[in-house]
Design a protein around this ligand. Structure first.
Ligand SMILES: [Ca+2]
Ligand SMILES: [Ca+2]
Ligand SMILES: [Ca+2]
Length: 118
């Protein structure tokens, strides 16, 4: 299930797979998975640790990079090229985290470091 959640997040909804998502781009189900301390908010720390874990899930050969096959579940080639900032044909952990943290900041419209969705 982590893969679906990460997929929804990394493609920075709206997308078809995430059509149910609310204004923050997360379904209540996704929200619960991210809100690990259950305080009704997703902190930047909760988000980042979730995304670090999801990177490990996708990085099947554990080389610290996502190649196109590994990233295939969450990125089309256009998005892959966008996330692969240094254009080495792989998405490093840093590139991945940079991208998803950008997404977080975009969604955190008031800039308080939390997403609140309920
Ligand atoms: Ca929380
Ligand atoms: Ca890999
Ligand atoms: Ca790269």
């Amino acid at each position: 299930m982590n893969k679906l959640i990460a997929a929804c997040i990394i493609v920075a909804v709206p997308s078809l797979a995430c059509a149910q998502a609310g204004t923050s781009g997360l379904t209540p189900e996704h929200f619960d998975a991210l809100d690990t301390n259950q305080d009704g908010k997703i902190s930047i720390t909760e988000y980042q640790s979730f995304m670090e874990k999801s990177f490990d899930d996708f990085d099947q050969n554990n080389d610290g990079h996502l190649d196109k096959a590994e990233a295939g579940a969450i990125m089309d080639s256009e998005l892959f090229a966008e996330v692969d900032v240094n254009k080495d044909g792989r998405v490093s952990r840093q590139e991945y985290i940079d991208r998803v943290m950008d997404d977080f900041k975009r969604q955190d419209r008031d800039g308080d470091g939390f997403l609140i969705n309920r």
